[in-house]
Design a protein. Structure first.
Length: 275
């Protein structure tokens, strides 16, 4: 199968390559000192620059978008991205983006997949359930989704599965994801323990992230979304400490901003810690 890689740009922004495909996730190109607006008059200052500017992006085949918050889809990205680019996202986000001229934005219902075909290769993006706040408070925030990316030949079974958590808390449906997709090769987990108003936690902290990894069964995990904004209260070290406590260190694939890691099928992973 073709090689697959993930390049970490910053926050939840990554570039995922597989064969002829180049996918962009959650485009956020605000600079250090800029503010991301989160609704209800709330905002957060960016603390670190992204690894590249939007002008440095390679040619992209599609965007996979967790939800519409400025730290995942910002005005810089909106001004510069091609309005004919497919954007695979929630129904609410797709309707908003369609109204802003992004005519190929597609809203996916939970468990609904959208195939992309290029030459002899295919990637299917399937919306996974997400929960951005506890209980009824989740209705006050934009709907969110995770995404399962299944890479493989145009005709045939997937050769590689990658699960991107999206901005979510740990919730019961993660076990249903593992039941439906029992062999996920790699996970990309959004961490940070984001707190709104210093009180309401709306993304996973280190402990929840470790539970997410254990429950989802991803063979390896790449952590993102943990040190870019002032609303993040749980550093990467919290997640690393929880993995160590649970004996799951070997599953961690840490990548520095601007760095690239290979994404490989679990069959190629020589050692996997229990968990």
């Amino acid at each position: 199968m073709p090689d697959a890689t993930l390049t970490f740009i910053g926050n939840a922004t990554t570039i995922i390559r597989y064969g002829p495909f180049t996918l962009l996730t959650d485009p956020n190109f605000l600079r250090r000192g800029d503010r991301a607006y989160l609704g209800y008059g709330l905002s957060s200052e960016r603390l670190r620059d992204p690894a590249i500017t939007v002008d440095d992006l390679p040619a992209v085949d599609a965007v996979v978008l967790s939800h519409l918050h400025d730290d995942h889809w910002d005005p810089v990205a909106e001004r510069h991205l091609d309005r004919g680019l497919p954007v695979l996202t929630t129904g609410a986000a797709a309707r908003t983006l369609n109204g802003r001229g992004f005519r190929e934005a597609v809203g996916l219902r939970t468990w609904e997949g959208q195939p992309l075909v290029k030459g002899d290769h295919r990637v299917t993006v399937t919306a996974m359930p997400g929960r951005h706040a506890p209980g009824p408070l989740r209705h006050a925030l934009p709907p969110v989704m995770g995404a399962l990316l299944e890479f493989g030949p145009r005709a045939g079974d997937p050769e590689l599965r990658m699960y991107i958590s999206g901005d979510t808390l740990m919730h019961d449906a993660v076990a249903e994801i593992a039941r439906r997709y029992p062999r996920i090769d790699a996970g990309v987990v959004h961490l940070g323990g984001t707190k709104l108003l210093g009180l309401l936690t709306v993304t996973m902290d280190g402990r929840q992230g470790a539970r997410w990894l254990s429950t989802s069964g991803c063979a390896t995990v790449v952590p993102v979304h943990y040190d870019d904004y002032t609303v993040f209260k749980s550093p990467l070290s919290d997640f690393e400490g929880e993995l160590h406590r649970r004996g799951m260190d070997a599953r961690l694939r840490r990548v520095e901003r601007g760095g690239t890691v290979p994404i490989v099928p679990r069959s190629r992973i020589s050692a996997r810690a229990p968990g």
